[in-house]
Design a binder for this molecule. Sequence first.
Ligand code: PEP
Ligand code: MG
Length: 950
Amino acid sequence: MHLELESKIEKNLYGKIVSWQVSVFLPINIFRRKEMSEKKWVYLFNEVKEAEAYAGSWDAVRGLLGGKGANLAEMTRIGMPVPPFFTVTTEGCNAYLAEGNKFPGGMWDQMLAALKEVEKASGKKFGDPKNPLLVSCRSGAKMSMPGMMDTVLNIGLNDETAKGMVALTENERFVYDAYRRLISMFGTVVLNIKDEAFEHALDAVKKAKGTTADTDLTADDLKGLVEKYKEVVKKEKGFDFPQEPLEQMKLATEAVFGSWNGKRAIDYRRAEKIPDDLGTAVNIVTMVFGNTGWESGTGVAFTRNPATGENKLYGEYLLNAQGEDVVAGIRNTDPITKMAETLPEAYEEFIKITEKLEKHYHDMQDMEFTVENRRLWMLQTRNGKRTAAAAVKIAVDMANEGLISKEEAVQRVTPTQVDTLLHPQFTGNTKDDAKKAGKRFATGVNASPGAAVGQVYFDADTAERMAKEEGQQVIMVRPFTKPDDVHGMLAAKGILTSEGGATSHAAVVARQFGVPCIVGASMMKINMEKRLLESDGTVVKEGEWISIDGGSGDAFVGKLEMSAPSLEEQTDLLTLLGWADEICDRPGTRKAPEGWPTTGLQVWANADYPQDARRARSYGARGIGLCRTEHMFFEQERLPIVQRMILAESSEERTKALNELLPYQRADFAGLFEAMDGYPVIIRLIDPPLHEFMPSEEALLEEVITMRVKGETQGLEEKENLLASIRAMHESNPMMGLRGIRLSIVMPEIVEMQVRAIFEAAADETLKGVDARPEVMIPLTGHVNELHYIQPRLVEIAKEVMKEKGVEFHYKFGTMIEIPRAALTAAEIAGVAEFFSFGTNDLTQMTYGYSRDDAERNFLVTYVEKGILPVNPFQSVDTAGVGRLMKMSVEEGRAVRPELEVGICGEHGGDPDSIEFCHTIGQNYVSCSPFRVPVARLAAAQAAIKHAAK
Ligand code: PEP
Ligand code: MG
C-alpha cells in the first residue's frame, strides 16, 4: 500500500498528465499515513519523558501506560533495577476493542521494534535457541484491579528455546519448570482452559512420585509434565500449544485486552465506580527468574503493614519460586525479614529501595520483586491497598513524619473507611466466653479486620445469590480465592479461607473492600462435595451460622454479639478528624458575598435525647441540627397524655393535658442544652399528623367488633368513641395533610406548650451557667403567611418566659425548607425566618412526587439498577432538581437576609456527595445522625480542600 502510493506519486510528479482523481485522492492518503505513523501505541522502558510530554501530567501518564507500566518506567528513571520492558498503551487497548478485536495500524510493528530494543538492552534474542529472551505479559490499568490478574510468564519458551536454555544454564530442572508454567498459564489465561485440567495433571505426577511439594519434582518429572500439559492444550482446544514465540506474545497481548471486558473485570469496575473506557495497558517485561535455585527467590512486600498501618516492612517471600507462587499461597512463605539471612545482599538493597520508593511516591508502596542468582530485580511498585485502620494510621503518621501535608492526610482516607472503623466489633468478653464454650473452630491469618456474622457458603455464585436474592448475611468460605470469586466476596459480610497468606488474593481484595477476612486457617478441611467444613472436630454445614473476627483471626460457630467501637479509643482517627475540622475552620476557605460563611461546613447532629446529644458531641458535632420533638411523645408514660390532648373537646381540656406534658418536655430540652453547652440546638416543633399517636384503626375496629359479638359492654362505648375520633382524623394523603405548620395553626396549643418548654429550659440552664442557644424550627412551611400567622405568637411566648425568669439569651426562629413552594418563595420566607434547614427527605419526596416510604420497595431500586436514575435520590441529593431548589433558596434567602443560617437535616446530611454539594452552595452546616458525624467531618474537609478558594 505504502509503495503503491509512492509510485503513484512519482508517476504523477514526473508524468505529463495529472489526473484530477489523483490530486484529490493523494492528500487524503498522505494525511491518513501521517496519522498512522504518528500514533504511538508503544512506549519503551526509557520513554517515560515522551509519555509525559504526550499525556501532560503524571496522572495522565498513569492513564496512558497504566499504573504498572508508569511505575516501572518511573523506577527505571530513578535508577532502580528493573528488567527492560515495553508498554502497549491503554489507547491501544481501546483501539483494539473498538476495531472489533484487531490491532490498530502500526501497533504490531511498534511492538516488534520495541522488542528489538529490549533484546539489545538484555543482550538476548526472542526466539533464539542459543540465547533466548523470555518475557512476561502483564496487564495494567490505571488503577490496580484485582479483577484482572492475567499474567503470563516465560513467553518465548518452546521446545527449541528450552533446549537452548538448558545448554546455557545447565539447569534442566529450572528450564522445564518454567516451560510447564508457561503452558499452564498460557492455557488458562489466554486459551481459557480451566485450571483444574492442569492441576489434575500436576497432581497425578506428584502422586506418582509420592510427594505434595512442587520442589520435589525432578527435571525429568517436569519434562514429562510439559508433555502432559501440551496434551491438555491439544485435548481442550483441538490445536497444539503455539511454538512460535511471536505468536505467543501476540495472543497473550490480545488476551489482556480481552480481559478488560471479562465478567470479573466488569464486576470490579462496577463496585469501584471505575469508568469502562479507561482500558488496560500491556507490559511486556524481560523475564528474571526466582526459580533458578536456592540463591533465587521472589516476594511481595509493603513498606508499612497494610492491616494495621504500623511503620514496618511487611511481606513474604519464597526461595526458588516464581511470582505467582507467593500470591497463590500454594507454598508456605517466609516473612520478609528472614531474607536478611538467606539472601543478605539482595535484602539490603531491597530495604534501601523500599525507603526510597516511599519517599518518592509519598505513600505506602506494595512491591513485587525477584532475586535471580542473588541479583535483585524490581517488578512492580504501586500504592498499597490497606484496611481502614491502616489508612488512617498511615495518613496521620506520614503527616507527622513530614512526608505529606495535613490536607493530603485528610484526602488519603475515604469517608467509607471512617465508617468502617465505627462499625460493630466483637467485644473482648464475648470472644472469651465463646472460646471458653468451645465455639472457636479455627484460627488463621488476621487478613482484614472487623467482625462478621453470617451463614456459610462455599462458592462465590451461591454466596452472591444468597446475599442478593435471599437477603442473607453471608460468609464465603473457600480453600483460596481467585479473581473469578470477586462477585461473591463483594456480596459477603466476611471471608474465610483455609489456604493463602497475608498477601493472597483473598486478603488483598478483602482489605480493599473493608470486608473482614481470615486466610490460611489450615486446620479447616473443606469438602466441596458434601458442602461442609471440618475443623478441630467441628463440622459446619453450608447455610449454618458462623462468626469471624478478621482482626484477631478467630472463627467461631454460631452468632456472636457485636457492639459499636468507641471513637475515643481511636486516637489516630481523632487526630485526623481534628485536622479535618482545622481545615474547615479556616476563614477564606470559601470566597463568598458579605454575610455568607467563608469557612468550610460545620457538622451538626440530629439528636432527640440528651444521650444522643452527648454521643454527637463526643463524635465532634458542633450543634444539634434537628431534634424531632414528637419522638418524646411516644414514651410510655407520655402517650396516654398525648392521646388525651388530641381527643380533648375543649381548649381548656387540651391545655390541661399539655400542662402535664410540659415538665417532661422541659426536662428533655434542658438535657439537650446541657449536653450542647455553647452550641446551637435546633428544636423542631411537632411535625407528624396526629393520628400517628393514636392506636391503629384496624386493631381498634377488631376489638370493638369482638366485644359487640361477645356482648361485652364494659368499656365498649369508650372504645367506640375513640374509633369514631380516629376515623374522623383519617386523611387520604396524610403526608400532605394536617401536619407541620398546618397543625400549629389549627391547634396552636401544642406548639405554644413546646415553645414555653424550650424557653423555660433554656432560661433555667442559663441561670445555672450553661450557654444555651435555642433555635426553634417550624416544619413544612409552604407559604410565608403561615409563618406570619404563627411565628410572632411564639416569639411572644419566648419573650414572656425570659421576662418571667428574668434572664436573656440569644435565640432564633426559623423554618424547614421541605416543600418546593417554600424553596421557590425563599426570599419571602427569609423575610420572616431567621434560618433555613433543608428537610431533604420531604423535599425529595415532594419534588419528585415519590413516596419516601414506598418508592424503594416499588420501583426506585429498579430505576437505579436500570440506570434511569444515577443514584437513589433519598440517599444522595439530586443536584439537578432538588439541589437546584436548595441553591436557589440559599441565594434568594440571603439576598433578603445576608446572615441567614442555612443547613440540612434530611438523611442526605451524612452522605459525602451531598455534603460536597452543600459546601458548594454556601450552607453553614450539615446535620446527620451522631454515628455519621465523623464521616461527615471528613467529607466536609475534603469538600473544602477540593473547592478551596484560589
Ligand atoms: C426531612 O423531611 O428531611 C426531615 C428532616 O424531616 P422528617 O424526616 O422528620 O420528615
Ligand atoms: Mg420532613
